[in-house]
Write a protein that binds this ligand. Structure first.
Ligand SMILES: Cc1cc2nc3c(=O)[nH]c(=O)nc-3n(C[C@H](O)[C@H](O)[C@H](O)COP(=O)(O)OP(=O)(O)OC[C@H]3O[C@@H](n4cnc5c(N)ncnc54)[C@H](O)[C@@H]3O)c2cc1C
Length: 456
């Protein structure tokens, strides 16, 4: 492809949140950064419910205003319907001053990629990284320009693999293994005109989603599975996460994936009611199997893994995009330190490996169904990440696990360090039943958000 240089300081593989943030931050530091992205953005991807900490990363990327302008739907917290109980968590009560969002990920990721370009990263779309050669003093990366554009090679001092589930480096070198405890399948699609759930246990019509912002709905299915409902700007994303034991029943429900998804979702408590008068967006059904895995290595001499290319767990806590930002910016910081001080590059890689493993392990443990962890060696690793979190972050994690009946996953961490805020939280409420809002929002309604923030 015309314009792809033959050398660069850093090559980033993949232009999702992990890759665009790594490329952005390194370009800001003045490095020559080349980002290769297989798709053409905007490309469709899932993972649309964000948690509030993501704003601090957008500030560093210089993307805050771009994301504000896009007018995504504000989210006020979560509603969990779990084993017959309805519990709601309001993020406002944790003291976050900027509310999180429900985002169309195609648009969100596209904006971040363009911002990375604005900061100086050279972005090439429809270019697939094929093979990484780590021997020798430089990294060599071979790529294919899609649509018949031919092959090429680029030489660089560092490579950051942020290729998501494709995990180019981890697959090539065997740096990951499937997670024994998490063999899930996920199927999702999009509905127009769906009702949604707001704070105060209110069911609202689609037309009110800006006036009375939604919560992310999570409905448990049996012992293992769950269903999400995320009201966005243009439609609602509704999907299932099912364990292998639940997949046989799913397959009996219709002739094709679309029919099965619609039928299954309509049977899920609360979500079925929200979808009663909704229309499925034609051809909008997607699926992914066995998507959870654990890293065996995270960084080495001249290479780093970031985002889903490093690890992935059940997305129950909506932490995937946040983890992509965290690992993308941490990889960028480590590469920058190594380029400025090459003699200490092994030290910087070691720090990355240790801190990222701790963080990923904490997220994994908190996302597991209770009592199924077959890696007990993870507890002393995860406890270190928890110790680095603020009291507010610890309480949010506890409340997230409480509303989906899995706080027992945090108990072994509390046993290791009883200063952690993993026992009590009053920041979620049990709701006896959901009620439909009357024609318009009453004056004194607690929207779950302070008024000026509605314009975010
Ligand atoms: C069912 C499900 C529900 C989820 N729900 C949530 C949620 O509610 N909230 C949340 O925060 N997270 C959620 N996630 C997780 C979230 O989607 C991911 O963690 C996030 O997208 C990771 O970002 P990333 O940049 O690492 O990877 P991606 O966003 O996947 O980006 C990787 C990029 O690399 C490109 N690429 C792939 N191969 C190559 C190659 N060979 N060469 C060049 N480019 C390549 C791809 O085209 C892609 O653009 C969910 C995930 C799943 C599966």
């Amino acid at each position: 492809m015309q314009g792809i240089p033959t050398t660069a300081d850093v090559v980033v593989i993949g232009g999702g949140p992990a890759g665009s943030s790594a490329a952005n931050l390194l370009a800001q530091k003045g490095y020559e950064v080349v980002l290769l992205e297989k798709a053409r953005h905007p490309r469709l991807t899932v993972g649309e419910s964000l948690i509030p900490h993501f704003w601090k990363y957008l500030d560093e990327l210089g993307a805050t205003e771009d994301i504000r302008q896009a007018g995504f739907i504000v989210k006020t917290g979560g509603t969990a319907i779990w084993r017959g109980r309805i519990r709601q968590l309001a993020l406002k009560s944790f003291g976050y001053d900027r509310p999180p969002l429900h985002v169309e990920r195609g648009e969100f990721d596209h904006i971040l990629l363009r911002v990375a370009q604005r900061q100086g990263a050279q972005v090439f779309e429809r270019v697939a990284a094929r093979k990484v050669h780590l021997e020798g003093p430089y990294v060599r990366l071979s790529y294919e320009v899609l649509d018949g554009g031919g092959d090429g090679e680029i030489r660089c001092r560092y490579v950051i693999d942020a290729s998501g589930q494709s995990a180019v480096l981890a697959n090539q070198f065997g740096f990951r293994e499937f997670d024994r405890d998490l063999r899930f399948m996920s199927i999702w699609g999009y509905f127009e005109d769906s009702d949604y759930v707001a704070q105060g246990g209110l069911i609202c019509p689609w037309s009110m989603r800006r006036e009375v912002p939604p919560t992310t709905v999570q409905a448990g299915i049996g012992e293992w599975g769950w269903c999400w409902h995320i009201a966005q700007k243009d439609s609602s994303s509704v999907g299932l996460v099912l364990a292998p034991s639940q997949q046989a029943e799913f397959k009996t429900l219709g002739k094709n994936l679309e029919q099965r998804l619609i039928e299954y979702c309509r049977r899920v408590p609360v979500v079925g009611d929200l979808l009663k008068d909704a229309r499925f967006v034609p051809d909008s059904v997607y699926g992914i199997r066995d998507f959870a895995y654990r890293p065996t290595q995270l960084a080495g001499d001249r290479w780093y893994l970031a985002g889903d290319a490093a690890a992935f767990v059940d997305p129950i806590n909506s932490a995937g995009v946040l983890t992509a930002f965290y690992t993308g910016s941490f990889a960028a910081m480590s590469v920058d330190s190594s380029l400025r001080n090459p003699a200490r590059r092994e030290y910087f890689a070691t720090v990355f490996r240790e801190l990222v493993r701790q963080r990923l392990t904490l997220f994994r443990l908190s996302a597991l169904p209770e009592g199924v962890n077959s890696y007990p060696e993870d507890y002393p690793i995860a406890v270190r990440a928890a110790q680095l979190d603020s009291a507010r972050e610890q309480e949010l994690l506890l409340a997230q696990t409480k509303i989906t009946d899995r706080p027992g996953n945090l108990a072994p961490l509390y046993a290791l360090d009883n200063r952690l805020g993993f026992t009590e939280s009053d920041k979620y409420k049990e709701v006896a039943q959901l009620t439909r809002i009357v024609a318009e929002a009453p004056e004194n309604l607690d929207r779950g958000i302070d008024e000026p923030q509605l314009t975010v």
